[in-house]
Design a protein around this ligand. Structure first.
Ligand code: BES
Ligand code: ZN
Length: 558
């Protein structure tokens, strides 16, 4: 079966304000394929979602009523939505119930939901409930929370799981605004990727508004025994009561981080920026849900040493949430730009030495993963532009999109100089805000607005090598850290009989420790391993990155 469907890409009007008008206009109406959605937006596209829902913890389901506002072509006959394991009870147009069709389920894509409409149909209402297999919904028992008393629910929609809790056009190229009215148990707080409450409502009813258009993968909901603490005028943190103080301490510098980001690439567009610290089973480090980043509690190291994760999710407020990859084949546009931006925020806040340590750690990881992927027959996935048709888009979630994407952008910065590159990026985020980007359209903009505009010539063959060839070009940037050279020096002193306690480790950050633990050679004896742990307490580290690296080494050394 071929599920390729067509997405109409309408570049925003602002994209045409450039001086390079002819090329831009060619792009204005372009049809691109999203292989991971059944939607046919050129016929009927969702522009607004009005969602009513009751969260039923007892039966682990959500009963929902989704009113979808539509924009139709003149000859529209149906609207096609994405669903996955949803139980659709009925579909109404005005006061009339209509016949709908649910397509054959695909294990990754779920089922299409087709509703007959007329060109003038401005909205449809879908009555439905979620099933126990809804993949975006994580229902936690009280035992799985910090407080141990109340259950917890959170969603994870990226990449194509929004369809398992809302019937929607689940393609990153389709944006809509939303509002929601939700009922939850009256002692729990509900939060969404929207304007959020800061306290519990005694009735358990909450209302949400997201007035900026977002793609479905940024729909998010969390319900639990949560409390709020402000961090600045437009930022704060939500967490379970027993975690809130630690969270507020860890993220103390958030306001400064937002300002650092704005000083690089322009104003933050989403109003408030809050963080939500989830229970430990949250499956990612972080998720950039608009206005409310979801984060793992494992970043609460106690010493602010893992906050680059916050810089990363914050950076997505520009790269990803403002300028969005058109399909999951262009995922590197979301993550590569975000890693680049994250690195620049860290440099701005903590200096080049620090950001270069992080870049070097990522680079080591990237080289290892490229080698791994080649050896396991996944060489094709080491290209920036992916081919994920008939595959799960999560297959694209490798360090290629992140760290090869980062190195590519860094190569462009190094080629033209930081000043020109920053001006290009700032304009890129502004002129493409709230619209979608394909890899090809990006290359076109790079050529026009970075190279031609500055009287330079783009090396197209090199750009194509980066994007369409596996692995890294031979002349790729090679991040290297002087600080790590000093760490290597201490490791060789240890290996040549200097006692662990006599090593010069004063003032080391967790990045230096991470590098040190990674540098432990294969032939280190058990006694030497123990000596290191006794001296430096790796196995007691509150820094999850250091701890996990140390546990890997412990396994490798039996
Ligand atoms: N958007 C991603 C998480 C994601 C990607 C979820 C693809 C589902 C599919 C998020 O911004 C991210 O990259 N998180 C990283 C942390 C980051 C510091 C590299 C993570 O969770 O590991
Ligand atoms: Zn990311």
């Amino acid at each position: 079966m071929n599920f390729k469907l067509v997405v109409l890409l309408l570049l925003s009007a602002t994209a045409c304000q450039s001086s390079d008008k002819p090329e831009q206009e060619e792009d204005t109406k372009k049809v691109i394929m999203d292989p991971h959605s059944y939607a046919k937006p050129e016929e009927s596209v969702v522009t607004h979602l009005s969602w009513k829902a009751t969260v039923d913890f007892e039966n682990k389901k959500i009963d929902g009523q989704a009113t979808l506002h539509l924009k139709n072509s003149d000859d529209a006959k149906e609207v096609v939505l994405d669903t996955k394991a949803l139980k659709v009870e009925k579909v109404m147009i005005g006061k009339k119930e209509v016949n709908f069709t649910i397509g054959e389920p695909d294990k990754d894509l779920g089922s299409s939901l087709t509703v007959p409409i007329k060109s003038k149909t401005d909205s449809i209402i879908i009555y439905y409930s979620t099933s126990s297999s809804a993949e975006a919904l994580q229902w936690l028992t009280p035992a799985q929370t910090a407080g141990k008393k109340r259950p917890f629910l959170f969603t994870q929609s990226q990449a194509i799981l929004a369809r398992s809790w809302v019937p929607i056009q689940d393609s990153p190229g389709i944006r809509f605004t939303y509002e929601a009215s939700i009922t939850v148990p009256s002692d729990l707080l509900a939060l969404m990727s929207a304007e959020n409450p800061q306290e519990k409502s005694p009735t358990g009813e909450y209302h949400f508004i997201m007035d900026k258009p977002i793609p479905a993968y940024l729909l998010a909901l969390s319900v639990g025994d949560l409390t709020f603490k402000p961090l600045g005028d437009r930022s704060g943190v939500y967490a379970e009561p027993s975690v809130i103080e630690a969270a507020a301490y860890e993220f103390e510098d958030l306001e400064e981080m937002i300002s650092a980001a704005e000083s690089l690439y322009g104003p933050y567009q989403w109003g408030r920026y809050d963080l939500l610290v989830l229970p430990p089973s949250f499956p990612f480090g972080g998720m950039e849900n608009p206005k409310l980043t979801f984060a793992t509690p494992t970043i609460l190291a106690g010493d602010k040493s893992l906050t680059s994760l916050v810089a990363h999710e914050l950076a997505h407020s520009w790269s990803g949430n403002l300028v969005t990859n058109a399909t999951w084949n262009d995922f590197w546009l979301n993550e590569g730009f975000t890693v680049y931006f994250e690195n620049r925020i860290m440099e701005k806040m903590y200096g080049r030495d620090f950001s270069e340590m992080e870049a070097t750690l990522a680079y080591q990881g990237l080289l290892a993963e490229i080698e791994d992927m080649k050896n396991s027959g996944l060489g094709n996935d080491t290209k920036l532009k992916l081919e994920l048709t008939d595959r799960n888009p999560d297959d694209g979630m490798t360090s290629i999109a992140y760290d090869k994407g980062y190195l590519f952008l860094r190569s462009q910065e190094e080629k033209v100089g930081r000043e020109k590159f920053d001006a290009f990026l700032k304009d890129y985020f502004t002129s493409n805000a709230f619209s979608v980007m394909t890899t090809e359209s990006f290359i076109n903009q790079l050529d026009q607005k970075l190279y031609k505009k500055n009287g330079l010539v783009m090396d197209t063959a090199k750009i194509n090598e980066w994007i369409y060839q596996p692995g890294l070009p031979a002349d790729a940037p090679k991040p290297a850290s002087d600080k790590f050279a000093e760490v290597d020096e201490e490791m060789s002193r240890f290996l040549t009989e200097t006692a662990a306690n006599d090593l010069k480790t004063e003032g080391w950050t967790s990045q230096e420790w991470l590098h040190f633990v990674r540098a432990i050679p294969d032939n280190l004896s058990k006694d030497q391993m123990k000596a290191l742990d006794d001296a430096f307490g790796f196995t007691k580290s509150g820094n999850s990155e250091v701890l996990s690296e140390c546990l890997v080494q412990s396994v490798r050394h039996n």
